[in-house]
Design a protein around this ligand. Sequence first.
Ligand code: ACO
Length: 192
Amino acid sequence: MALLVVPIHKHPKYLMECCNLINSEWKRSETARLRSLECSCDTLPVSLVLINNDKVIGHAKLSPIPAIKDACFIESVVIIQDLRGQGFGTFLMQKTEEYCMKELGLKCIYLSTKGQEEFYRKLGYAECEPISIYGGPALNNSSYRQFNLNNNSVTGVCRKENGIPKAPPLPKTIVPDTNCTKKTYMFKSVNI
Ligand code: ACO
């Protein structure tokens, strides 16, 4: 078995397969999903894919946190349904952390989850206060709720300026999302 974790922008042939994998877990329009994947670049954001014998079996996206320079926000972590519970998620996260350290020089990883806390706890993540990935200071739960974080993916399209991906714009509509209060924010230092 040949397992590899690679940035998708260096392997665009996996774009469609990756799009289908993420959409099998969090349904979204194919166009929007592909546009988000096409924002992947050598810095942040970057989408990493787990490849097993030339097939996409996992994905994780790293996004910038404007207020915290040497950190990133991991989202849309997913392993193909039939292959869960066999250690692939752990492998993907370990390689993703390695990528954060070695390729991006980051020191800390943040994420939010609703239901997968135990998976991340086993990987060394600890609970923390909610953070904003839109810039500005950390947000408390009630103000964070005003932003529509949709199924672990930031809504909005990727804009490019002179070919350089820019952070997604704030959603125009403020959607009250009562479920967001149940999200757990977690972090891990990776500079050891
Ligand atoms: N609750 C409790 N324990 C869990 C859970 C869970 N939901 N998921 C995995 N674990 C445990 C496993 O039992 C295993 O424990 P062990 O080491 O004692 O045997 C350990 O975590 C590692 O499990 P893996 O087999 O490496 O994990 P897997 O390959 O199944 O991947 C993942 C985990 C990515 C969460 C997968 O189940 C998945 O794709 N789920 C659906 C999508 C999802 O919810 N993704 C997370 C969104 S949050 C985010 O993106 C930041």
